[in-house]
Design a protein around this ligand. Structure first.
Ligand code: HSE
Length: 428
């Protein structure tokens, strides 16, 4: 057996502790599978004294993750601290400069600095791996870079934030409003320290930006993503979308089009009977489409100790076995600058309106849609007692700009009792 592979782990929160547990519990199995002992030389975290339920006495302790990253007895620096900049970035850069391989779960850091970090690692002949950064335990990076390496990837989509999926499915199942369920998610400890990362779609957007880079050979461009969170989703929309046969999901979609790279993370309606429509609670799902393979659906836990540590170990085992793949599946210097598509492809839309209950109100709205070239597919008016009539319209395919034009024109008709809600329906 060759020399042991020695890790330095920075960050002993949920994920770091999970990695320590796997290495301690499965040391023999890991050695047999990789042909090398996998050991931990040193660890680093904010608190040295906190009881984490694992025995850390056999490992050296470093207060400073940069020092940890530079230790002579560390072959792989495992960055599990998180944060776009600060210590995570400083220690990752130090590790690369010191000639270490790096494994990270840090989607925020990679979405912003991934290009520079990958180039730096590749210049040094080192690996920068990030399976745990996207969709937790789902081996989606491996699927894209290895399993589907012979495909031209045509589309990547999915639900990549478990907290948002929990909130949306709980609203649906219990008939509760957003604020109530947000409070429940907070009490359950589901939300990031900055909840906007979850409910604002940023965390999921970071993940989609990384997948798009691998899928389309483009430089990570999180800034160009169209981003919208779930904060404005009302229980009315959840219930009425369900009544029309849909579920609302925070859905990420990336595809290369003739107009450039289209990437968006936003609430969408998907058919209730589709795999995405049936995705419950905090589970993640990634759908990959390739020209040869067709469609692949990957489903699993997107967060948590075991699943995320499992993904970190996938990278550890690859490096132990000598499998070295460029960070984004091809040399970082070969990634191209993607032109961002200025507008999303046309799609059907769900439109919820409150109309004055007067003769001709519906006709005015229908005329405005017709004038904008938008055709109605289905329409439903609900029973009501108040003077405002709730009306739901599902359109045929339309562009968002045509729909926005129609909504502005509707405002001028004087028949609206509230601002219209428009949500894209994604064909999955
Ligand atoms: N907060 C994320 C989620 C997990 O809810 O899926 C970490 O990316």
């Amino acid at each position: 057996m060759t020399s042991p592979l020695r890790l330095g782990i920075a960050g002993l929160g949920t994920v770091g502790t999970g990695v320590v547990k796997i290495i301690q519990t499965h040391s023999e199995m890991l050695a047999v599978r990789s042909g090398r002992d996998i050991t931990i030389s040193a660890v680093s975290a904010r608190s040295k004294t906190r009881d984490r339920g694992v025995d850390l006495s056999g490992y050296a302790w470093e207060d400073d993750p940069v020092q940890l990253a530079q230790r002579d007895d560390v072959d792989i620096f495992v960055e599990l601290m998180g944060g776009e900049d600060g210590p995570a970035k400083a220690a990752t850069e130090a590790a690369i400069a010191a000639g270490k391989d790096v494994i990270t779960a840090n989607k925020a850091m990679l979405a912003v600095h991934g290009q520079a970090l990958a180039e730096a690692a590749e210049d040094m002949g080192r690996a920068l791996r990030f399976e745990a950064a996207v969709a937790g335990g789902i081996p989606v990076i491996k699927a894209l870079t290895e399993g589907l390496a012979g495909n031209e990837i045509t589309r990547v989509l999915g639900v990549m934030n478990g907290t948002c999926n929990y909130i949306l499915t709980r609203m649906q199942d219990a008939g509760l409003d957003y604020q109530t369920v947000f409070g429940e998610a907070e009490a359950l400890g589901y939300l990031e320290a900055d909840p906007t990362l979850d409910v604002g779609g940023i965390d999921a957007g970071h993940k989609l930006a990384l997948l798009a880079s691998i899928a389309f050979g483009t430089k990570v461009n999180f800034a160009a993503m169209e981003l919208e969170g779930i904060e404005k989703i009302s229980i009315e929309d959840i219930e009425q979308a369900a009544d029309m046969g849909y579920r609302i999901k925070l859905l990420g979609v990336a595809q290369m089009t003739g107009r450039g790279l289209e990437s968006r993370m936003s609430p969408c309606l998907v058919p209730a009977s589709s795999p995405l429509g049936q995705l419950e609670n905090a589970t993640n799902m990634v759908v990959l489409q390739g020209d040869a393979v067709g469609q692949i659906v990957l489903r699993g836990a997107g967060a948590g100790e075991g699943p995320t540590a499992s993904a970190v170990m996938s990278d550890v085992m690859d490096l132990a076995r000598g499998t070295r793949i460029a960070t984004f599946g091809r040399p970082a210097k070969d990634l191209i600058d993607a032109r961002a598509a200025q507008s999303a492809a046309a799609a059907p839309f769900y439109l919820r309106l409150g109309l004055t209950d007067k003769p001709g109100a519906l006709a005015k709205v229908a005329a405005v849609l017709g004038d904008a070239g938008i055709s109605i597919d289905r329409m439903r008016q609900y029973g009501h007692s108040e003077p405002s009539a709730p009306v739901l319209i599902v359109t045929h395919k339309a562009t968002r700009s045509a729909l926005d034009e129609a909504i502005t024109a509707m405002d001028g008709t004087g028949v609206l009792t509230a601002a219209p809600v428009a949500i894209r329906i994604e064909e999955v």
